[in-house]
Design a protein around this ligand. Structure first.
Ligand SMILES: NC(=O)c1ccc[n+]([C@@H]2O[C@H](COP(=O)([O-])OP(=O)(O)OC[C@H]3O[C@@H](n4cnc5c(N)ncnc54)[C@H](O)[C@@H]3O)[C@@H](O)[C@H]2O)c1
Length: 252
């Protein structure tokens, strides 16, 4: 029970990596505020968790691009459970594919709004709550594309490098406040996001698998295990790190 009685929030909590993180945190005793803009899916997934862990699950069907809604969700969580101890920011989308000069500017804007601005707003209100608590941990889900270049994904790569930048700078700025800030850089993960896009054809799946020395995708639980470690007190001297959980991708 590494997170016993800890109050956590998870964005992008209704699917994929976020859903696996919620599962792991609840299993370790946490109370979890689930944030996701997909209301019906959040209600379905949240109800399953709430049945198994009564009184330890809250749901907020909001979009992290809307700062006032993020602020309200964090405020409501701290009012209900007294404080915030940890946050795992998973909400994100895949962006436009192609070379930069062919990239639609509206699609670029949408990607940055979701994958970078959304993390900025989430961190802003999480950090305020953690500072009030006097300690805590933030884990941002970046990507291997936040560490190295990724072909034909300039917007996505820019946003994920931005997430790594926010992580490193806030690790420095909040170290004296007892707050640790880390990122995870996953390689390909078998989630609805990648199944609907890159892996929607056998060739696409083979292409992405072949980019990993381990020649496979991760399961969401393999990312959640790293998030649990970084969120917990076991990682008490870890801050500003970008933890690659990528089957060796970024070592190539
Ligand atoms: N799947 C992969 O291969 C992979 C690899 C590296 C990084 N990532 C990153 O991991 C994160 C989670 O991806 P996933 O594969 O679990 O995807 P997913 O689509 O299965 O889950 C993402 C969840 O985030 C929610 N969401 C998206 N934008 C939101 C917003 N603006 N406000 C609120 N909720 C929002 C979606 O509704 C969805 O439930 C993303 O940031 C993604 O970039 C994924």
């Amino acid at each position: 029970m590494r997170m016993k009685d800890k109050v956590c929030c998870v964005t992008g909590a209704a699917s994929g990596i976020g859903e696996a993180v919620v599962d792991r945190l609840l299993a370790e005793g946490a109370r979890v505020a689930m944030i996701d803009r997909d209301g019906p899916r959040l209600a379905r997934v949240g109800a399953t968790f709430a049945e198994k862990h009564p009184d330890r699950v809250a749901q907020f069907a909001i979009d992290v691009r809307h700062e006032a809604d993020v602020a309200d969700a964090i405020r409501t969580t701290t009012a209900r459970w007294g404080r915030l101890d940890a946050a795992v920011n998973c909400a994100g989308i895949l962006g436009p594919v192609g070379k930069l000069h062919e990239t639609d500017s509206a699609a670029y804007r949408e990607l940055m709004d979701n994958n970078l601005d959304g993390i900025f707003y989430s961190m802003k209100h999480e950090l305020a709550a953690l500072a009030a608590n006097g300690r805590g941990s933030i884990v941002n889900i970046a990507s291997a594309a936040g560490v190295v270049g990724f072909p034909s994904a300039a917007a996505y790569t820019a946003a994920k490098h931005g997430v790594v930048g926010l992580t490193r700078t806030c690790a420095i700025d909040y170290a004296q406040d007892g707050i640790r800030v880390n990122a995870i850089a996953p390689g390909g993960v078998d989630t609805p996001l990648i199944r609907a896009t890159t892996c929607s054809t056998p060739e696409g799946q083979q292409m992405i698998e072949s980019m990993h020395p381990m020649r496979r995708l991760a399961q969401p639980a393999e990312i959640a295990n790293a998030a649990l470690f970084l969120a917990s007190d076991e990682a008490s001297f870890v801050t500003g790190s970008v933890y690659c959980v990528d089957g060796g991708w970024t070592t190539l």
